[in-house]
Design a binder for this molecule. Sequence first.
Ligand code: ADP
Ligand code: MG
Length: 462
Amino acid sequence: VWNRCLHVIRESVPEQSFKTWFEPIVPLRLNGHVLTIQVPSQFFYEWLEENFVHVLRKALDHAIGRDGQLEYSIIVDKGNETNRPLTVNVPTTKSTQTAKPDNVNPDILKSPFQLKDLDSLTLDSYLNPSYTFDNYVEGDCNRLARNAGYAVAQRPGVTSFNPLMIYGGVGLGKTHLVQAIGNYIKNNNQGKFVLYVTSEKFTNQFLNAIKTDTLRDFSSFYMQVDVLVLDDVQFLQKKEKTQEIFFHIFNHLHQSGRQIIMTSDRAPKNLDGLEDRLLSRFKWGLTTDLQTPDLETRIAIIQKKLQAEGVYIEDNVIEYLAHSINTNVRELEGVIVSLMAQASLNRREIDLELAKHTLRNIVEDSEREVTIDSVQEVVADFFGVTIAELKSKSRKRELVYPRQVAMYLAKEKTGLPLKSIGYHFGGRDHSTVIHAIQTISELVSKKAETRDAIEKLKAQFK
Ligand code: ADP
Ligand code: MG
C-alpha cells in the first residue's frame, strides 16, 4: 500500500522534496483503513502536515480509498537509547494535533524538603534526558572535558576528578556535558541519587529554607545526594551565606565519596567574590575548560542536529553555515531552527539561498536591536557621565566629546535619521548631529585614543 502511495506522491512533488520528506518514512502497519507511518521527528511530522497534506490525501485515496486514514508514529526523545515511539492520530485533515511529551517537573521549591518521607519518595533528578554523550559531539575544543566527564560518569566518586569543574563561555556545552554525565550515572546505577541543580535555584531554595525555618531539612536533603551537579557556580559570587552552606554540603559529600560536578562561565581564578576556602576545594579535583568549536566540529554538530531532526540538507549549505557562525553552539542551533522554520513557512527546501537569506535576517535583527537609549547608556557609562548630562545643553568640554561620540555611534548603530538622533539628544537640530559625526570621524582617523574608545564601545554592542 505504501508503495502505491509513494508512486502517487512521486508524481506530485519535486524530486528533491520526495527525497527529503518521503524517502525517510517507514511504513509500519495497515490496520483496516488506517495506515501507520513512522517519521523521524515532531518537526518532520509538522512539515508533512503543513506542506503535503493534499498530496498525502491524494495518495491515500488512490491506495486505500476515500476512507483511508493516516496515523503518524513519531520518534521522540532523540538521542536517548530507548526510542519511545509516540503515536498521534491524525485524520489527515488539516488538523495538526500535536503530542508533546509532558516532562515538566513540578518545582522542588513548592514542596518543602520532606525528609521523613524521603525513602518512599521517588527522587527527581531534574535532569533533561535529551542531553547525552551520544549526542554530544566531540572535538578538539572539548576533548579533555568530555573524556574526564565520561570517566566520572563510569566511576562516580572514585576517580581523582572530584570535584569535576568545567568552565567556558556561554553556549559552549557546559550544561549539556554535565547533564550527560548525570544521565549516564542515573541510567547505569539504580538507586544512586543524582541531582542536577542550577546555582540560582540552589540559592533560592536556601533563602526559602531560611524563611520557612527548614534549613535543617534543606541541608540533610543535599547531604544524601550521591551525585551533585551544580550548574553555573559563578552565580554564587558574593552570596556568602549560600557559599557557606554549600561549603558544608561539599565537605560532607566529598568526605563520603560522593561525586560533585560543577560548571562556571569563567576560570575559578577569575571567580572573585567566591570564598578562598571554597575555591581551594575546587582544586582537589580536575578543572578543565571548553573552547569555541573549530570548523570541523561545527560541521559535525550541525550534521548531528539535522540528523536528530530527520532533516536532510546539502553539504554545501552545512559548510556555509559552519563557516558563517563561529561564536558558539547555541547560536548555531538557533540558526538551524530558524532555518527550518523559514523553510516551513515559505514552503521551500533548505538550500544555499535560503540559508543566506535567513542568516542575513538574523544579523539584521541583532543589529536593529541596538536602540538609541542603549547607545546613550553605554557611552554615558564609558565616560562616567550621566544620560541627562549627555542630553543637556551644557557646552562643557567633558560633556561635548562624549555627546559627540554618542551621536556618532547612534548614527552608525541605529541608522536612524539625523533629525531623529538630534531629537533624542535634547532636541538638537540635524546640523549639530552632522557636525558631531564629522568631528568624531576625523578624530578616529587621526587619534589612536579616539579610535580605541570607539572600538571598545562598539564591542559592547556585539
Ligand atoms: P552552556 O551551558 O555552556 O551555556 P549548553 O550546554 O546549554 O551551553 O549548550 C548550548 C546548546 O548547544 C545546547 O542545546 C547543547 O545541546 C548544544 N551543544 C553544545 N555543545 C555541543 C556539542 N559538543 N555537541 C552537540 N551539541 C552541543
Ligand atoms: Mg548552561
